[in-house]
Design a protein around this ligand. Structure first.
Ligand code: GLU
Length: 559
């Protein structure tokens, strides 16, 4: 999913669009483009490569005007090149698109046959432009609404017409779009950070909603009828979304974890043993639940896996954890006895959203754990608990993960409390020590320098193994995921007890093995696993609290 930006207002559109697109750069993209109405025509400039290259191209072209749209593309249909880059034009229609049109070939053939359209790109997006153009009789909104009836798939569309240059039309179906309400200027973008330099008043579009942005306001349409929605204020700022002296945004986000976790814990728990997670009426549903299902993707899925141990222990209910993209295809027997928890930083994860919709329609009780306010999962869940991590811009999740753990831990203990398995004193003994977590995280972050030295030693290795047991089994999976995603080094996470069933064969003096080995109830077991690795000359890198010095004798590196 890539970046969309639209602007109409009193200022020059181009710098606004470029700046806003840069705020979305973190998503990764292969080409970028803009379209601006210059008073006579809509001029398009687009380029394969980075926004920097587009800017170079733009430096020789005076693209002046106060209405425009922009896009960063992640190619799905057609290679990444100048021609396939967005915006696309057909007749008077110019548009940008995020998503996939599943029936684009069928529509393309029909447009060729019936309208004699010829296409210059390989994209599904150009087909949408021609479809809208074929419906266009001087009313852009009507043409867009007619065209979307024929589209199958997911699409966020932002459309202009050369014949009605004083408006931008946006339409959302399974791909996010947010309006930004400024002072005499209006924005539309695929994600909130793009809007932050200009406004914090936003309106999130829902599926099948259409927005028309004009200079003097905006209107919203659904099923052909106008409706209104008050803008919401997001308490994020641009400063929260920039690098702020760190080498890169992900490093900043790693270092923000103590604060993010402290903010999240403080928001939902007080030292008196009081929780602020749910309305009382909703809590009744948690009391009545007979099974818990945790559903998520990627890092959020690992947060769910960790929390399963907590829900097992405190709620005393059967707990299932599922990868959202698999959950959808199981023969599930969900009903009102199920409490289904959906975890997603962005609140827009498509598979998680589809799973949520399935559970909502099956009568289950649904809870979203999201970081982005007003996101679709947050809105469509029956209750939402926000992680207060601030904007997470880095593609690899860091502070969202640790704040998810904080929320899920509190939820698990809360379940134990309201279901009367835990007394108030037990709740306090479980949760009050959480105040030490941010400080301890800060201490861990002080290992930065020595961990960097370690990374230099092993950066040329092609494979890593991560091992953990119990709570730290999913932590090992998450560690391996991070290494793959960020360093492009192959890494596998394993439940350490599984070593003897195969992976142990991989260990020799070339293999770094990262082990999370706190002195918990499985410590003796994990220590034996370390011995097994050592017996095969593997390089053990262990994480272990300071007071436990025993492992120093048997590990290569210990942190
Ligand atoms: N399917 C469109 C394309 O390949 C849009 C991709 C995107 O979301 O950036 O051009």
């Amino acid at each position: 999913m890539c970046g969309i930006v639209g602007y109409i207002g009193k200022n020059d559109a181009l710098p606004v669009i470029i700046n806003a697109l840069k705020m979305l750069e973190y998503r990764g993209y292969d080409s970028a483009g803009v379209a601006v109405f210059d008073g006579k025509t809509i001029r398009i400039v687009k380029r394969k490569g980075k926004i920097r290259e587009l800017e170079q191209e733009l430096s020789s072209k005076a693209l002046k005007g106060t209405v425009g749209i922009g896009h960063t593309r992640w190619a799905t249909h057609g290679r990444p090149d100048d021609i396939n880059a967005h915006p696309h034009r057909c007749g008077p229609i110019v548009l940008v698109h995020n998503g996939i049109v599943e029936n684009y070939l069928e529509l393309k053939e029909k447009l060729q046959r019936e309208n004699g359209n010829s296409f210059c790109s390989e994209t599904d997006t150009e087909v949408i432009a021609c479809l809208i153009s074929s419906k266009y009789r001087g009313n852009l909104v009507e043409a867009v609404l007619e065209a979307v009836k024929e589209l199958k798939g997911s699409y966020a569309l932002v459309v202009m017409s050369e014949k009605e240059p004083e408006k931008i039309v946006a339409y959302r179906k399974d791909s996010p779009l947010i309006l930004g309400v400024g002072d005499g200027e209006y924005f539309v973008a695929s994600d909130i950070p793009a809007l932050l330099p200009y406004t914090n008043r936003v309106v999130a579009l829902e599926d099948d909603e259409c927005a028309v942005l004009k200079r003097d306001g905006y209107l919203l349409l659904k099923n052909g009828r106008e409706f209104s929605k008050e803008p919401k204020v997001v308490h994020w700022s641009t400063a929260m979304a920039d690098e702020a002296g760190y080498r890169h945004i992900m490093q900043k986000e790693i270092f923000e974890q103590p604060k993010a976790v402290a903010d999240t814990l403080n928001a939902y728990y007080s030292a008196e043993g009081e929780f602020g997670l749910f309305e009382e009426s909703f809590s009744q549903k948690l009391i009545e639940a007979e099974r818990i299902r945790l559903v998520a993707c990627g890092t959020s899925y690992y947060a769910c896996m960790v929390s399963r141990y907590w829900f097992d222990r405190f709620s005393r209910l059967p707990v299932d954890v599922d990868i959202a993209s698999e959950f959808r295809y199981r023969d599930l027997h969900i009903d009102k006895r199920d409490l289904c928890i959906f975890v997603s930083q962005s609140g827009e994860t498509a598979d998680t959203l589809a799973a949520l919709r399935l559970c909502n329609s099956s009568g289950a009780t649904t809870v979203g754990v999201c970081n982005v306010m007003e996101s679709t999962i947050a809105r469509e869940s029956q209750a939402v608990v926000y992680t207060l991590a601030g904007p997470e811009i880095g593609v690899a999740s860091t502070k969202a993960f640790t704040t998810q753990l904080a929320v899920l831990f509190l939820m698990a203990v809360y379940m134990g409390w309201i279901r009367e398995h835990l007394s108030k004193d037990e709740v306090k003994s479980m949760c009050n020590p959480l105040v030490y977590i941010p400080g301890l995280m800060e201490e861990v972050l002080r290992l930065d320098g020595s961990l960097r030295d370690l990374a230099r030693v092993y950066m040329k290795k092609e494979h890593f193994l991560y091992l953990g047991r119990y709570l730290n089994y999913p932590i090992a999976l998450e560690g391996a995921l991070k290494l793959k995603e960020i360093s492009y080094i192959h890494a596998e996470g394993y439940a350490a007890g599984e070593m003897k069933h195969g992976p142990i064969a991989l260990i020799d003096e070339q293999m770094p093995v990262v082990v999370v080995a706190p002195p918990d109830k499985v410590y003796e077991k994990i220590r034996s696993n370390i011995e097994e690795v050592k017996a095969r000359s593997g390089i053990v890198i262990a994480f272990n609290p300071k007071f436990n010095t025993e492992l120093e004798k048997i590990c290569y590196h210990i942190f």
